[in-house]
Design a binder for this molecule. Structure first.
Ligand SMILES: Nc1nc2c(ncn2[C@@H]2O[C@H](COP(=O)(O)OP(=O)(O)O)[C@@H](O)[C@H]2O)c(=O)[nH]1
Ligand SMILES: [Mg+2]
Length: 378
C-alpha cells in the first residue's frame, strides 16, 4: 500500500498547463483483477488535465475483462479482444497501430508500472528522446522486495545479452514511451517473444533513448506469464536482432566455429575410417572420403547457422557450389595430410588436424566470402 501511495503522490498536470494527448496501450491476458485499479489511477491523470485514451489489447482472456470494460462504458477506453493472433509483442503492435494520439505509452496491466510516471515520460519525449523506458536500474529507480534470486539473475543475464543492441540500463522493461512518428518509422518488425521494447529500440533505430526511474511494484492480482518458453523465445529474439543489426559478424562467427568443428570431425573420421578401412582402401581414398564427409558436415551447419537466409534454397546445387569453392583449401588439406601421414608416417588424425588447420586458415576468409556471394547469395 505504501508503494501505491508513493506513486500517486508524483502525479503531475501537463507541463504547459494545457491539455496533452497520450495513448496508453496495455496488453492483457487474464488481468481482470488489476484493471479497476489501473483504470482508476489513469483516470487520476485525466482529472489533472491529461487527454488520455486507454487501449486494452486482450487475448481473449474470458475472465470478465470484456464485461468489466463494457460495464464501465468509458468513452476514453477502447477494448480490443483478439481471438486469432496471440502473444504479448503482437498485442502491443496492434495497440500501437490503433492509437490516435501523437505520444504513445505502453505499460503492463498488473500495476508493476506506476501510471503516475507517465508525465515524466512525456517530459522526456518533449526534451528530445526518441524512446523512453521506465527503468528500475537508474538512480531513483527500484524494485519492490520479494524478487527471488533466480528472477533477479534471469533479468541481469537477459540485460547483458541485450548490450550489443542498446546501452540502456533496463532494456527488459515493458514500460515504454515513444512518438508516433518513431513507431511509423519501424522497419522489419519481427515480434518474436516478450521484449517488444528491445525490438522497437533496434528496429526504429532509436538514437536517443532516455530512462525514467520507476519503482517496479510486485503484482497484487493475477499471475505472471513469464515461462520457460519466454526465455527460449528471448534467445531466438537476440539471435534475430544480431542477424538484422550485424549481418556480417553474425554470419562469419558461426562460419568460423563450424570450420573449427570440422577439423575435429575430420580428425575423427581419419582415425575411424583409417583404422577400419585403411588397408582395404588405401590412405588416399580414406583422406578423400573423410574430406567429403567433413564438407557435408560443414555445409549442413553453415547453411543453417552462417547462411541462414538461404536455407530454403536448393540444397543439392548449393552443396556442389560449396564443394567447388572449397576446392583450393581442400587440395592443400589433402596434400598436407597425405604428406605427413603417408610419407612422414605421422599418426593420421594428427596429420589431418595439421592439414585441415592449414587448409582452413588459407580458406576461411575466401570460403566465407565466396560462399556468401556465389552459393548462398542473398
Ligand atoms: N495480449 C496479451 N497480453 C499478454 C500476453 N502475455 C502477457 N501479457 C500481458 O503483458 C503484461 C506483462 O506480463 P506479465 O505476466 O506481468 O509479465 P512479467 O511482468 O514479466 O511477469 C501483462 O499486462 C500481461 O497481461 C499475451 O499473450 N497477450
Ligand atoms: Mg508483470
Amino acid at each position: 500500500m505504501a508503494d501505491a501511495r508513493k506513486d500517486k503522490m508524483t502525479v503531475g498536470s501537463p507541463a504547459d498547463g494545457g491539455t496533452r494527448s497520450v495513448s496508453v496501450i496495455v496488453p492483457t491476458y487474464q488481468e481482470v483483477g488489476s484493471l479497476p485499479a489501473l483504470i482508476e489511477r489513469l483516470d487520476g491523470l485525466r482529472q489533472v488535465g491529461w487527454d488520455l485514451e486507454l487501449i486494452i489489447v486482450d487475448d481473449d482472456s474470458r475472465d470478465g475483462t470484456l464485461e468489466l470494460i463494457e460495464g464501465l462504458s468509458h468513452d476514453w477506453i477502447q477494448l480490443k479482444v483478439r481471438t486469432e493472433d496471440r502473444g504479448l509483442s503482437t498485442a502491443v503492435m496492434a495497440g500501437l497501430d490503433d492509437a490516435s494520439h501523437e505520444l504513445l505509452i505502453v505499460m503492463d496491466a498488473d500495476l508493476s508500472h506506476p501510471p503516475e510516471s507517465i508525465p515524466a515520460f512525456v517530459q522526456s519525449l518533449d526534451a528530445g528522446a526518441d524512446f523512453v523506458i521506465g527503468s528500475r536500474y537508474v538512480p531513483g529507480g527500484s524494485t519492490e522486495d520479494g524478487w527471488g534470486v533466480l528472477r533477479w539473475i534471469n533479468s541481469k543475464v537477459a540485460t547483458v545479452m541485450a548490450r550489443p543492441f542498446t546501452k540502456v540500463k533496463d532494456p527488459m522493461s515493458g514500460f515504454l514511451g515513444l512518438h508516433r512518428s518513431t513507431w511509423r518509422g519501424a522497419s522489419d518488425l519481427d515480434p518474436v517473444g516478450y521484449k517488444i521494447g528491445l525490438e522497437l529500440i533496434v528496429k526504429c533505430r532509436c538514437g536517443n533513448v532516455m530512462e525514467v526511474p520507476i519503482h517496479f511494484s510486485t503484482r497484487r492480482a493475477g499471475e505472471s506469464k513469464l515461462t520457460l518458453k519466454v526465455q527460449r523465445d528471448y534467445l531466438v529474439h537476440i539471435l534475430r536482432l544480431a542477424r538484422w543489426k550485424y549481418p556480417e559478424r553474425s554470419s562469419f562467427i558461426p562460419f568460423a566455429i563450424v570450420g573449427a568443428s570440422g577439423i575435429g570431425i575430420y580428425a575423427g573420421l581419419l582415425a575411424v575410417l583409417g583404422g577400419l578401412f585403411g588397408n582395404l582402401l588405401g590412405m588416399d581414398l580414406v583422406i578423400v572420403i573423410s574430406i567429403l564427409l567433413t564438407m557435408c558436415w560443414n555445409f549442413t551447419l553453415d547453411r543453417k547457422l552462417a547462411f541462414w537466409w538461404a536455407k530454403e534454397g536448393q540444397a543439392g546445387l548449393q552443396l556442389l557450389g560449396f564443394i567447388a569453392i572449397c576446392a583450393i583449401p581442400v587440395l592443400v588439406n589433402f596434400w598436407v595430410t597425405r604428406t605427413f601421414a603417408v610419407e612422414d608416417q605421422m599418426a593420421t588424425p594428427l596429420a589431418g588436424v595439421i592439414g585441415a588447420a592449414i587448409g582452413s586458415a588459407l580458406g576461411i576468409l575466401f570460403n566465407w566470402g565466396a560462399s556468401r556471394f556465389f552459393v548462398f547469395n542473398r
